[in-house]
Design a protein around this ligand. Structure first.
Ligand code: C2E
Ligand code: MG
Ligand code: MG
Ligand code: MG
Length: 282
């Protein structure tokens, strides 16, 4: 049996499962074939989860989250396919699709006076591929994305084991006004000394410390407070992920955190639903 730990949607612990090798290989082949077709058939879509100012609930930006709309109409979440995409070597192709789709959408919003910032998730493996910086720079130039409108979310591992070259790439990207966020902060292995010298603009506090425990209060107020001090001291923008209750909002605000994201405000939404929500809010 093969063992693997997988992050489950909706929880913060890791689940261990086993599978027969044969079943697993068959599944992988199916997924790989499916992925090639999905890219060719345009079966992926981006949904957008609002990032709000906690004081006013004003939506200041969105995070683009990928979904796979399969031919039978079934919608798959990234937890069900991103690992496979990485494994079969398609993360560059998928990442390029996400970047293109996000910039295209952002251009449409800006042309229609929809005042939003866009964050996209970038796989560490894609970032390390040759030409990633050129790809990003070329795309934002082609869509004439203004400075500060696009942000790339990267998990801590990027900064830990990839060394100088990734830092160079991030610096190049920042020169054209693209911002960088550390996603799921607090779950990886960033050292504080390292954090100080990184080319980053934002820290996103991982959902585990907010709603990971399942209660109405902050799951780990000491950790959120400590991350808040860190962000303030380093002059970084701070966003709390996974806010599900008003109690969590109140506690975060009391700690000085000004931005958040979570099911309490909105789930990831298709563009037309997001636009309706924006209309209703203004
Ligand atoms: P992430 O970047 O940390 O995104 C946040 C995830 O938390 C999303 O799950 C979102 O739906 C979920 N979430 C947001 N608010 C709440 C809440 O209040 N409660 C709970 N329980 N969950 C909440 P999703 O869309 O399933 O994405 C999972 C992960 O997949 C993302 O985590 C990101 O690491 C990855 N991912 C998503 N889209 C892309 C993409 O386009 N490219 C890459 N490389 N990875 C992606
Ligand atoms: Mg993210
Ligand atoms: Mg996150
Ligand atoms: Mg995550």
């Amino acid at each position: 049996a093969l063992y693997e730990s997988k992050k489950q949607e909706g929880s913060c612990h890791h689940m261990v499962f086993s599978d027969s090798l044969q079943a697993r290989l068959q599944k992988e082949t199916r997924v790989e074939n499916g992925l090639h077709q999905a890219l060719a058939n345009n079966e992926f879509e981006l949904h957008y989860q609002p990032i709000v100012e906690l004081d006013t609930q004003r939506i200041q930006g969105v995070e683009a989250l990928i979904r796979w709309r399969q031919a039978d109409g079934k919608l798959l979440l990234p937890g069900e396919f991103i690992e496979e995409v990485n494994r079969v070597g398609l993360i560059g192709a998928l990442g390029e699709w996400v970047l293109e789709a996000a910039c295209k959408q952002l251009r449409v919003w800006l042309d229609n006076d929809v005042d939003l910032n866009m964050s996209i998730n970038v796989s560490p493996r894609h970032l390390r591929q040759a030409g990633f910086d050129e790809l990003v720079i070329e795309t934002v130039k082609r869509y004439q994305i203004p400075e500060g409108r696009l942000m790339l979310e990267l998990t801590e591992e990027v900064f830990v084991d990839s060394g100088i070259s990734s830092l160079y790439v991030l610096n190049e990207i920042r020169k054209v006004g693209v911002r960088i966020a550390i996603d799921d902060f607090g779950t990886g292995y960033s050292s504080m000394r390292y954090l100080k010298s990184l080319p980053i603009d934002r820290i996103k506090i991982d959902r585990c410390f907010i709603s990971g425990g399942g209660g109405v209060h902050l799951s780990d107020p000491m950790i959120t407070q400590a991350i808040g001090f860190l962000a303030e001291g380093l002059d970084l923008d701070l966003v709390a992920e996974g806010i599900e209750t008003p109690e969590q909002v109140a506690a975060l605000k009391a700690q000085g955190c000004q931005k958040g994201q979570g099911f309490l405000f909105a789930r990831p939404l298709p563009n037309h639903v997001l636009i309706n929500l924006l209309r209703a809010n203004h």
